[in-house]
Write a protein that binds this ligand. Structure first.
Ligand code: XUL
Length: 540
């Protein structure tokens, strides 16, 4: 029976999912995950990121991703799967991160020696030994320069789907070209993490897809091609260094001889890779408009499918390409799982006791509010980290537990309003979506029914589904996306969490109060103390 492999190279780990599909008989045949810090301590990463003095700088070693890819193929080889049945492979990767290769890469990619580990063969092909990743927020100057060059934030957003964002690849490339002009000049090709790993699989430079391309501030959303004006304004000779863009879920080559000889894999079709959020969109079954998904991972993201691109006029969110050929709206929060873990660890809790604290505290938290900006935040833009508390004692364990969860959920509701989606139901994914206490807060804050999904890793699943869809449609075969995802993305039957109307009413008020606290913390609004007192009085 044909097998479809989906890989997901995220910030902290590499995961793989293999789907077995035979008509309506569908099952997950293999799942595995490799945590970067624990498995490869020699790279010195923490949560997949290299230590840095400057909280706005975030880089990772690309060779770590290469080693993980190789180890995952080894695990597949050692599994009981009949690898000859692998029909197609696709992948997902953290978005925005970039990998810089020199001019030796073009000929070397297809000629790796199968008797030697891959990372040592990729090392001499890197023109830069680190990759700036999505957690970086050090490029405000470059963002302003790029926006100025194209007539402002609005034209940039209308054309590329987003105003300039610090972590987006254009600003990162510009900073690198200014700071290290010689190394930049010695860079022949700049890949996203997704197209870099895909290149290693097919043995030549891989194109990237519109879903990941739209996270660069360089792609014209309407044509899915590079927007020449912004490319030329970003860095010298950049056009020649960018890979081409290919349609999502289409074949970009076959697995190179390196993988065939070293791991006994077949010459399987490799489909375009994409970013983790576009992959998650199909991995949670959002192939139609009307439902939202929330991913509680290293980053927390809120996203939904859009038939037409509706750009966010407030400048908070993004429009990306979707694997279905449609679009997706997305708002990203950097203080996701790491913020939850900070509070858990600060008070010596484990997840069960964290959940108990959440259950002991009332919705609205008696007006104890936290803006959970442990790290510089993406939404809203906060470059100087620092948790802001209103009516909340930093030593109050229960209060801080509820405040971090409510703060995150309320911020997501507030900053996804621009998508203008009437949310009836939410598909929850990511590690923290296993925690039903957190999901109940989500249901109450959004006033929507929340479902958990069968497969926890929606990005890897989405990649595997793209492999399946791509392989099925490759030679003119027909399958709708609804049929492609069937059997893998249905919510768990007994996972439904419904909102409680009384709690919902409290959160309606809390969202407005939180917005006032946020404006105050950003120096854009009055002291919210009187409103806070009113809110507390109303709860009593
Ligand atoms: C999305 C974003 C993050 C990363 C995490 O814009 O920056 O969700 O994709 O992997």
């Amino acid at each position: 029976m044909p097998l479809y492999l989906g890989l997901d190279s995220s910030t902290q780990s590499l995961s793989a999912i293999v789907l077995e599909v035979n008509g309506d008989r569908r099952r997950v045949a293999f799942e595995s995950s490799i945590a970067f810090d624990e498995t490869f301590p020699q790279y010195g990463t923490r949560h997949g990121v290299l230590p840095s003095e400057d909280p706005t700088t975030a880089t990772s070693p690309p060779l770590l991703w290469v080693e993980a890819l190789e180890l995952m193929m080894r695990r597949l080889q050692e599994s009981r799967l009949d690898l000859r049945q692998v029909a197609a492979i696709s992948g997902s990767a953290q978005q925005h991160g970039s990998v810089y290769l020199n001019d030796r890469a073009t000929s070397a990619l297809g000629n790796f020696d199968p008797s030697r580990p891959l990372a040592e063969q990729v090392k001499p092909l890197l023109s830069r030994d680190v990759s700036p990743i999505w957690m970086d927020s050090s490029t405000s100057v470059e963002c302003a320069e790029i926006e100025n060059a194209v007539g402002g934030d609005r034209p940039l957003a209308e054309r590329t789907g987003s105003r300039a964002f610090e972590r987006f690849t254009a600003a990162q490339i510009r900073k690198f070209s200014k700071r290290e002009p010689d190394t930049y000049a010695a860079t022949d090709r700049i890949h996203l993490v997704s197209s870099f790993l895909a290149s290693l699989l097919i043995g030549r430079h891989a194109p990237l897809d519109p879903g990941d391309g739209s996270g660069m501030n360089l792609m014209d959303l309407a044509t899915c091609q590079w927007w020449q004006r912004v490319v030329d304004s970003t860095a010298p000779h950049l056009a020649a260094k960018l890979p081409p863009i290919a349609r999502a879920s289409t074949s970009i080559g076959t697995l190179s001889s390196y993988w065939q000889s070293r791991f006994g894999l077949p010459a399987a079709n490799v489909m375009t890779w994409s970013g983790d959020n576009p992959c998650s969109l199909v991995g949670v079954g959002l192939v139609r408009e009307g439902t939202l998904a929330i991913s509680l991972g290293t980053s927390d993201t809120v996203f939904g499918l859009m038939r037409e691109p509706r750009v966010d006029r407030s400048g908070t969110g993004h429009v990306f390409g979707a694997p279905t050929g449609d679009y997706m709206g997305l708002t990203c929060f950097k203080n996701g799982s790491l913020a939850r873990e900070r509070i858990r660890d600060e008070f010596g809790l484990a997840w069960p006791t964290f959940g108990e604290a959440l259950r002991r505290t009332p919705p609205g938290n008696g007006g104890r509010i936290m803006l959970p900006w442990f790290e510089p935040e993406i939404t809203p833009t906060v470059l100087t980290p620092g948790v802001r508390r209103y009516g909340l004692d930093p030593g109050d364990a229960d209060g801080n537990v509820r405040a971090v969860i409510e703060g995150q959920q309320v911020a997501m509701a507030l900053h996804s309003r621009w998508m203008n989606v009437k949310v009836d139901s939410i598909h929850a994914t990511g590690g923290a979506a296993a925690n039903r206490d957190i999901l109940q807060v989500m249901a109450d804050v959004f006033g929507a029914v929340v479902y958990q999904l069968q497969v926890g890793n929606s990005a890897a699943l989405g990649a595997a589904l793209q492999a399946f869809y791509g392989a099925t449609t490759a030679d003119g075969g027909r399958i709708s996306w609804e049929d492609a995802v069937k059997g893998f993305v249905e919510p768990l039957a007994d996972s439904k969490l419904s909102p409680d109307p009384a709690r919902r009413a409290i959160y309606d008020d809390l969202i407005e109060l939180y917005a006032a606290c946020e404006a105050h913390a950003l120096g854009k609004g009055e002291d919210p103390s009187p409103r806070l007192a009113e809110f507390v009085a109303a709860q009593e």
